[in-house]
Design a protein around this ligand. Structure first.
Ligand SMILES: Cc1cc2nc3c(=O)[nH]c(=O)nc-3n(C[C@H](O)[C@H](O)[C@H](O)COP(=O)(O)OP(=O)(O)OC[C@H]3O[C@@H](n4cnc5c(N)ncnc54)[C@H](O)[C@@H]3O)c2cc1C
Length: 457
C-alpha cells in the first residue's frame, strides 16, 4: 500500500514527487510512467529519420520528463502565461509556487540567466506593440536549452530514484474507485497499485485516456478552448527587435474580422521546427538548443476558439484538422506566406526559390488553405500583418507556415480549488492533461501545490 501514486513523469508528476519526498521523506510513493527512463528515450525523427515513423509510444512526448524533456526548457515565470492556476487560487499564491518551482529547477542545475527582466525595455516594446494593436504580455523567461533541460531532468530522476518507486514502460490502465473514493490503479502489465492518494498527471499525450477514465467514473469536465494554428518560420534577424531583448515574447491580438484571440506561442530564436506525433497524428512544434543554432526563428500562431454546448469534443476537432493536413501532405505541410496569399500551393521549387531554408526538411510543400478553416486562416493572416508592423519582414512572401500546430488542451476537469476531482475523493489531477496548465513552470507548480495539500491532510 502506497501513500501516494502518481501517474505520469512529466514536470507535474516529477514536481509532486519532489515535494512529497521533501515534506514526508518516510512516505511510500510510486510514480508510473508509460515511457522510458530519460537516458533511454529517443525520437527517431530527431535521430535523422526522414519521416516520423509514428511510434506506438512517442519518444518525444513519453518517458521521464514528459513532453518537456526534449523541449528547450523555457520557463515562463509569470501566472499570465502557460496555464490557468489563477482560476484556482490567488495570483500571489501562484507567483509563490512559480518562484518555488523555479528554485527547484535551479537547484537541479538550471542556468541562472533570466530574459525580459528589464522593465524599461519592456515598456518601450509594449508601446510599439500597442501601436500595432498587439498586447505584449510581460513574461520573464529562464531558458535552459534542450541539452541543459535533459541534464536537469536526469538529476531529478537520479535524486528520486533513491527515494521513491519508479515504474517505467508501464501504463496506468484504469482507476480503482470505490464509494466515491480512489483506491488505486490497474496497470497494463496486469498488476494493481493500491494507494491512499492518486495524482493524475498524464499530459496532453494522456488526455484522451484521462477523459475516458473520468467519463467512466462520472467526473465532470468543462470545455476548454481549441487552439489551432501554424508554426511560422522566418529569418532570425527579422524578429531580433523582440527576441534579442525578451528572448520569448507573448503577443496577443484580436483579429478584426472574427474578433478571435490570436497569440504567439513557444518562440524559438535560432531554433528549429519539429514534428511530433499524437496518437498517430503528426503535428508541428518547435524548439531551440542552448549551443546548436540555426539562422531561423520560429513561433506558433494559435487561434483560440471556445465552443459552446452541445459541442464536447475539442480534442477530436483539433485532431480532425491535423489529420486533414496529414492526408494531403503525408505528414506536415509547409507553405510560403506569399503562395497562401496568391491562392496557390507551394511546390518544392517555390520553397527552394526562397531566402529561408526550412529547418523541418521532411515537411511537404502544399496548400494550408485546403486544411485550416476560413475563420482561423483569416485570423492568422491578419495577425501576421499586425506583427509586420513591429518586426518588418514578418509578412514577407518568403515567410514559411507549417501546419498544423494544434494544442489539445482537452476538456478541463471539474476540480476543487485544491485540484481534487469533484466527486472522487483523494484523486488529484494536475498539469496539461487536466487542462489546468499549458507549460513547464505552471505544470511543475501544480505538482508542488497538490503535494503540499496531500501532505497537509
Ligand atoms: C516540443 C515541445 C516543446 C515545448 N517547449 C516548451 C517550453 O519551452 N516551455 C514551456 O513552458 N512548455 C513547453 N512545452 C510544453 C510543456 O512540455 C508541457 O506544458 C509540460 O510538459 C506539461 O507537463 P505535464 O507534466 O502536465 O505533462 P507531460 O510533460 O506531457 O507528461 C505527461 C507524462 O505522462 C505519461 N503518461 C501519459 N499517460 C499515461 C498513463 N496512462 N500511464 C502512465 N504514464 C502516462 C506520458 O508518457 C508523459 O511522460 C513544450 C512541449 C513540446 C511538445
Amino acid at each position: 500500500m502506497y501513500n501516494v501514486a502518481i501517474i505520469g513523469a512529466g514536470p507535474a508528476g516529477i514536481f509532486a514527487a519532489l515535494e512529497i519526498t521533501s515534506l514526508k521523506p518516510d512516505w511510500n510513493v510510486i510514480l508510473i510512467e508509460k515511457g522510458q527512463k530519460i537516458e533511454k528515450r529517443k525520437c527517431l525523427l530527431r535521430e535523422g529519420y526522414a519521416k516520423c515513423p509514428g511510434c506506438k509510444k512517442c519518444g518525444l512526448l513519453c518517458g521521464w520528463g514528459g513532453a518537456g524533456a526534449f523541449s528547450d526548457g523555457k520557463l515562463t515565470l509569470t501566472p499570465d502565461v502557460g496555464g490557468h492556476l489563477v482560476d484556482y487560487m490567488d495570483r500571489s499564491k501562484v507567483e509563490e509556487l512559480i518562484d518555488y518551482a523555479d528554485g527547484l529547477y535551479l537547484k537541479f542545475g538550471a542556468t541562472d540567466e533570466v530574459f525580459g527582466t528589464d522593465i524599461k525595455t519592456f515598456k518601450e516594446l509594449e508601446r510599439q506593440a500597442a501601436l500595432a494593436e498587439l498586447k505584449l504580455v510581460h513574461s520573464p523567461v529562464r531558458h535552459l536549452g534542450t541539452e541543459r533541460s535533459l541534464n536537469v531532468l536526469k538529476n531529478m530522476q537520479d535524486y528520486l530514484d533513491k527515494r521513491i518507486t519508479i515504474l517505467n514502460d508501464v501504463s496506468a490502465k484504469s482507476l480503482i474507485v470505490e464509494c466515491e473514493q480512489v483506491k488505486g490503479i490497474e496497470l497494463d502489465n496486469g498488476e494493481t497499485v493500491c494507494a491512499e492518494y492518486t495524482i493524475i498527471a498524464p499530459g496532453r499525450e494522456g488526455a484522451d485516456w484521462l477523459t475516458k477514465e473520468f467519463a467512466k467514473n462520472k467526473i465532470g469536465m468543462v470545455n476548454n478552448a481549441v487552439d489551432i494554428g501554424v508554426r511560422v518560420e522566418l529569418p532570425a534577424p527579422v524578429f531580433e527587435p523582440l527576441t534579442d531583448k525578451l528572448y520569448e515574447s507573448k503577443l496577443i491580438y484580436y483579429a478584426p474580422t472574427f474578433g478571435d484571440e490570436v497569440r504567439t506561442f513557444c518562440m524559438n530564436p535560432n531554433g528549429e521546427v519539429v514534428q511530433e506525433n499524437y496518437n498517430g497524428i503528426s503535428t508541428v512544434n518547435g524548439h531551440s538548443y542552448a549551443e546548436k543554432t540555426t539562422n531561423n526563428t520560429n513561433f506558433a500562431l494559435l487561434v483560440s476558439k471556445k465552443f459552446t454546448e452541445p459541442f464536447k469534443e475539442p480534442i477530436q476537432y483539433g485532431q480532425h484538422i491535423a489529420s486533414l493536413a496529414n492526408m494531403l501532405g503525408g505528414g506536415i505541410l509547409v507553405q510560403r506566406f506569399g503562395d497562401l496569399l496568391d491562392g496557390r500551393r507551394s511546390t518544392p521549387d517555390r520553397i527552394n526559390a526562397s531566402i529561408i531554408k526550412p529547418t523541418l526538411s521532411c515537411a511537404t510543400p502544399g496548400d494550408l488553405s485546403l486544411v485550416i478553416p476560413y475563420r482561423q486562416m483569416t485570423s492568422i493572416i491578419e495577425m501576421l500583418k499586425a506583427l509586420d508592423k513591429i518586426c518588418p519582414g514578418t509578412a514577407s512572401r518568403y515567410t514559411l507556415l507549417y501546419g498544423i500546430e494544434v494544442k489539445f488542451y482537452s476538456a478541463r476537469v471539474k476540480l476543487t480549488n485544491e485540484l481534487e476531482t469533484e466527486g472522487v475523493k483523494n484523486l488529484f489531477t494536475i498539469g496539461d492533461g487536466a487542462g489546468v496548465t499549458r507549460g513547464l513552470i505552471q505544470a511543475s507548480a501544480s505538482g508542488v501545490y497538490v503535494a503540499r495539500t496531500i501532505c497537509k491532510r
